[in-house]
Design a protein around this ligand. Structure first.
Ligand code: BGC
Length: 752
């Protein structure tokens, strides 16, 4: 376990370990079977293992499979497919590979199973809002069971890119802005997909993507370059990848972007020195779609052959769809025999993955038509989807207790076109999800409130106003549809699209009690709406059980407890605005007369801070205390009591700050959290155990623990701190792991 290697090491010892690791990595061998295969393979067959062909598009998997493709398999010129799915289809192609090729090497079938295969769960950003790693783990487990039954071995998920700029459309696919939360959610998904044993036929290999700093695209423009320094890379963008690697993620995908001018697919320092040598990761590295050939567009390769060679040298094992390896690598290897070892290395990674998945022994185990027929969207999966969706909803505001909907409310107006947009609930990437299988809000609400009269109006402003006037309560459903976030869906404006703000203003003018249901895959800058709306619920895109889950929360059947995994800005021009900023020499001051790090034309606070979320009950916090443990660690404990009348969950959040260090440190960094359930009147003591290594700083190529004070803050959000204490780190040390990827152990004990 890499975690156990995290000890205080002297620089000399550290270098010695690294040297050993390099040798181990460069001489890594597969099993006897794999080495025997490698010895028999021609260069063309080896390259074939590195070629991944698209078998169709995601909505039409297997559609490209024709005689030419079957001939390619027979000739041993393809090692894996993307978007071939279905037990029958995968079995037929696998049979060609296993029975009709010279070396009988099975194929790998991969797909983007991002938040469900047939049972579509909330989008990843929503699941991260649960602040409960069991949520994405459970969703990934069910997704794996379904996908594996359809013959798949491999998913291009989890996306673990930290996203601090909500203009970036792919923010919807990840866990938000924070490296610690991101690392916890990354590991949880890897566990869910891969299960305890990847050779079991109900598992699929996980891919941590996009390595690395894809979310740091300048200006949030998708595919754009990242201008970040080595410390930001190590401390902010890499920890979730490290956590995924440590959890045993079988695969990594390189990113489309460059960092400081070096495209990831040509970035040897990242793909080999960091991932293989420093992290000892033994898995399979796949390119992103067409990205090997795109090294020409980046301007670092003059030809397809240069691009192929550059990527192979950098450490890209599999070429997803660009065919640069298929077209050009053989000639390069013939010209330069030194490339043979690199070719073997890449092929070894592919064969080891196939072996780990059990494919050499049971190539058809996942392509089982009977299992496929029974595995999809079972009642149990639907029930899980509903619970998971409800746990992902965030109550952002609830003035005068508008929610849950009071028993006396008889006439409800549901206003906004998104209320009836079942398609959007599937979000970006929906694998084999079907819109007809989504249970939308309106019927679910009618079922949950059979005695209420529920009227629905889309975006017709006069009709909406008339309906609002007749109603006791207005549910205003606004935000973005599914096609406004996702790949190539960056946006410059983060306000409500179209005429929704005018609709909202007109309906708010009626003065009727009103609850906003926000939908979308990114935080929206809805300052103007929030200034007037008494209640706001962030519902993201919640998958097949979106309607029942929202109804559960509206009616109080479920008490919401999601928390924001990302800051909500007040204006589009105010991003990025993550909570863990550096203090600056002129720390933020609410008084605009002072020249400090802020905008003149905006309040100093974000619209809703990272970690924010409310409940239908309320909690009191007391007795925050920290004590040193014998092993050099610290235990921080706080008591939380449910002081209200309903059962509910609180999310206890632990933040740290290093006030004096060799480099400026963030004003707050999440270092632990725990979602706890409390009955009315019940209290629990929540404890976190922290080690000095969790405060290490990346400096000059090393993780260094600096002696001195660390301030700890415990709170209900990053902006709602309920207790403060300090610890002292006595001795300097060196570490191997990013501190945000060292998980804080926590516990809860009842208090009478
Ligand atoms: C995306 C990847 C995805 C791949 C295959 C690319 O455009 O960036 O995240 O896995 O396509 O669909």
């Amino acid at each position: 376990m890499l975690r156990r290697l995290m000890t205080a090491l002297s620089i000399a010892a550290c270098l010695a370990v690294t040297a050993v690791a390099v040798r181990a990595q460069e001489t890594m061998r597969g099993s006897a079977r794999i080495e025997a295969l490698l010895a028999r393979m021609t260069v063309e067959e080896k390259i074939g293992q590195l070629v991944q062909m698209p078998g169709g598009r995601q909505r039409t998997p297997s559609s490209r499979i024709n005689d030419e493709e079957r001939a390619r398999i027979r000739a041993g010129r393809v090692g894996s497919y993307l978007n071939v799915a279905g037990a029958a289809e995968t079995r037929a192609l696998q049979r060609i590979a296993v029975e009709e090729t010279r070396l009988h090497i099975p194929l790998l079938f991969g797909m983007d199973v991002i938040h469900g295969y047939r049972t579509i769960f909330p989008v990843p950003l929503a699941m991260a809002s649960s602040w409960d790693p069991a949520v994405p783990e459970r969703a990934a487990r069910i997704a794996a069971t379904e996908a594996a039954a359809a013959g798949l071995h491999w998913t291009f998920s989890p996306m673990v890119d930290i996203a601090r700029d909500p203009r970036w459309g792919r923010i919807v696919e990840g866990a938000g802005e924070d490296p610690y939360l991101g690392a916890v959610m990354a590991a949880a998904q890897v566990r869910g997909y891969q299960g305890a044993d990847l050779s079991r036929p109900d598992t699929i290999m996980a891919t941590a993507k996009h390595f690395a700093a894809y979310g740091a695209a300048t200006g949030g423009r998708d595919y754009g370059g990242a201008e970040i320094g080595p410390r930001s890379l190590e401390e902010i963008y890499l920890p979730p990848f490290y956590a995924a690697a440590r959890e045993g993620a079988g695969s990594f995908m390189a990113a489309f972007n460059e960092i400081d001018g070096v495209p990831a697919h040509a970035n040897r320092a990242l793909l080999r020195d960091t991932l293989r040598t420093r992290w000892h990761w033994p898995g399979l590295l796949v390119s992103d779609w067409n990205a090997v050939a795109e090294l020409r567009n980046h301007g670092v390769a003059g030809s397809e052959a240069d691009a192929a060679e550059l990527a192979l040298r950098a450490g890209v094992d599999v070429d997803m769809s660009s065919q640069a390896y298929a077209n050009a690598l053989a000639a390069r290897v013939a010209r330069d025999p030194a490339l043979r070892a690199l070719l073997d290395r890449a092929v070894r990674h592919v064969l080891i993955a196939k072996e780990r998945l059990g494919l050499f022994d049971r190539p058809y185990a996942r392509s089982d038509a009977a299992r496929e027929a029974g595995a999809m969207l079972t009642p149990e999966s639907r029930a899980a989807a509903r619970e998971i969706a409800a746990r992902s909803i965030v109550l952002l505001r609830n003035e005068s207790g508008l929610l849950p909907i009071a028993a006396g409310v008889r006439r409800i107006a549901v206003i906004g076109a998104l209320a009836e947009d079942a398609n959007s609930q599937l979000g970006s990437w929906r694998a084999r999800g079907n819109v007809e299988e989504v249970r939308p809000l309106l019927p679910a609400l009618r079922e949950a409130l059979p005695r209420a009269e529920i009227a629905a109006v889309g975006n017709d402003i006069p009709a909406a106003v008339a309906a609002a006037r007749r109603a006791d309560l207005v549910l205003l459903v606004v935000g973005e549809d599914f096609d406004m976030t996702g790949e190539a869906r960056s946006r410059a404006e983060l306000g409500l699209p179209g005429d929704q703000q005018a609709l909202a203003d007109a309906v708010l003018d009626t003065g009727k009690p009103l609850v906003v249901l926000l939908m979308g895959g990114r935080p929206l800058a809805v300052d103007r709406l929030a200034a007037r709306a008494p209640a706001i619920l962030e519902t993201w895109f919640l998958g097949v059980e979106a309607g029942p889950a929202i109804a559960d929360v509206l009616t109080g059947r479920v008490n919401p407890a999601g928390r924001l995994p990302v800051t909500f800005p007040r204006a589009s021009g105010a991003v990025p605005f993550p909570y863990d900023r550096l203090p600056s020499g002129r720390p933020a001051d609410p008084d605009p007369a002072h020249d400090t790090v802020r905008y003149r034309d905006l309040p100093i606070t974000p619209l809703f801070p990272f970690g924010h979320g409310l409940s239908y009950t309320n909690f009191t916090w007391s007795d925050f205390a920290v004590r040193p443990l014998a092993n050099g660690s610290f235990r921080a404990s706080v008591t939380v009591r449910n002081a209200g009348g309903r059962t509910g969950d609180e999310v206890v959040q632990l933040y740290a700050h290093d006030p004096v260090a060799s480099v400026s440190r963030p004003i707050q960094e999440l270092r632990g959290f725990r979602r706890i359930a409390l009955a009315p009147g019940e209290a629990k003591r929540v404890s976190f155990t922290l080690s000095p290594a969790q405060f290490a700083i990346w400096n000059a190529g090393h993780w260094r623990v600096e002696p001195g004070e660390i301030q700890l803050m415990v709170g209900a959000s990053s902006a709602d701190i309920r207790g403060r204490a300090s610890i002292r780190i006595a001795a300097a040390g060196e570490g191997r792991e990013p501190p945000a990827a060292i998980f804080t152990s926590s516990s809860e004990e009842p208090i009478r």
